[in-house]
Design a protein. Structure first.
Length: 100
């Protein structure tokens, strides 16, 4: 539908906006995506998306966009929770009347 097309456009534009914020780190992988996928450049048995990922990571670290401090700060937010069925998310309904 049109609504899903608009949402995909906004998601794509958000990524392009992020790429323009750091031109070297963001635009080079975007250029490589266009060259690999639309230019039909072969990478042998190596996955094309992995090439883009590796180039982006190397450029991010080399340009100083990614730092060791930022990675250690992110470990405070991202943690392993183990295997869960998701049932625990439905256990507390005390705030539900606020939204009804």
């Amino acid at each position: 539908t049109a609504l899903s097309g608009i949402s995909f456009a906004f998601l794509g534009l958000a990524q392009v906006g992020t790429a323009f914020a750091e031109p070297i780190v963001g635009m080079m992988p975007l250029f490589i995506v266009f060259a690999l996928y639309f230019g039909e450049v072969g990478t042998g048995s190596f996955p094309k998306s992995l090439v883009v990922f590796i180039v982006g990571v190397i450029l991010g670290w080399a340009d100083g966009v990614s730092t060791g401090d930022a990675v250690s700060d992110s470990t405070d937010v991202v943690k392993a929770w183990g295997v869960s069925t998701g049932v625990s998310a439905l256990s507390d309904w005390s705030s539900a009347p606020d939204y009804m």
